[in-house]
Ligand binder design. Structure first.
Ligand code: IPE
Ligand code: IPE
Ligand code: MG
Length: 239
């Protein structure tokens, strides 16, 4: 493991957890076997983020485009999500981790929506780490839903059009008052964003790893943060 600079830990890390299907295929198993084995990698990522002092960890679990997958895979993913909520929420609470599900949850079953609400309520005062799980999330959807909220406020005279600024707009994204993404990691070797956080990654450092998600561990996370710490972020300025 590479020694990290404790004064330069990314505040917000976002991860596109990709490669479950390929991982399963390598062992001649069904894709869902890969998803099931991805849960362990989620645990390792959450625990390592908390350990090194990351404040917000956002994991891309299901995109708004993932409904295009075979029905069988989608429903297996939903079941897995429910099971994970049932099994992990108490542990999150015990570890002082706040859980937020970000995405259009209205398309989920009533039962799942209820579980989500309960889990969020149980952990809402936790302060060690905020864990955002992006489920039925799309970066474009996020921007559109913010615009709708603002339009509604202008229509109701709660806000003037000129009060729509980058700052107020940002506060209406699902990440609300959280810091913007400092480090974006994608596993599986693909180098694209796939409609993940769009606004929030404007100045994120990008890190693409070849490891397939079920194999992702502390060593990989550590390497990504170490790489982040080598970068010179300029935000458009000079050094
Ligand atoms: C990521 O793994 C998990 C989800 C999108 C739910 P994939 O299922 O995309 O795995 P690959 O990319 O097909 O290997
Ligand atoms: C992005 O992965 C979504 C998640 C990891 C949840 P995909 O596997 O769906 O993305 P594409 O299709 O390769 O762009
Ligand atoms: Mg994929």
């Amino acid at each position: 493991m590479i020694e990290l600079d404790k004064n330069n830990i990314p505040e917000h890390v976002a991860i596109i957890m990709d490669g479950n299907g390929r991982w399963a295929k390598q062992q001649n198993k069904l894709r869902i076997f890969g998803h099931t084995n991805g849960v362990g990698a989620v645990r390792r990522a959450v625990s390592y983020a908390r350990q090194i002092g990351v404040k917000v960890l956002t994991l891309y679990a299901f995109s708004s485009e993932n409904w295009n997958r075979p029905e069988q895979e989608v429903s297996a993913l939903m079941t897995l999500f429910m099971q994970a909520l049932d099994r992990e929420v108490k542990k999150l609470h015990k570890n002082n981790i706040r859980l937020k599900i970000i995405g259009d949850t209205s398309r989920f079953s009533a039962k799942l929506q209820e579980k989500i609400a309960k889990a969020e309520m149980l952990t809402e005062n936790s302060t060690a780490l905020t864990l955002n799980i992006a489920a039925n999330y799309g970066g474009r959807w996020d921007i559109v839903q913010a615009a709708q909220q603002l339009a509604e406020k202008v229509k109701n005279h709660e806000m003037a059009p000129e009060e729509i600024t980058e700052q107020t707009f940002q506060q209406h994204l699902v990440t609300q008052h959280q810091p913007l993404v400092d480090l974006l990691i994608r596993t599986s070797g693909e180098q694209r964003i796939s409609n993940f956080l769009l606004w929030q990654i404007a100045y994120a450092e990008l890190c693409f790893l070849d490891v397939l998600w079920p194999d992702f561990g502390e060593k990989d996370f550590n390497r990504a943060v170490a790489s982040y710490q080598q970068r010179h972020r300029r935000f458009g300025g000079t050094e």
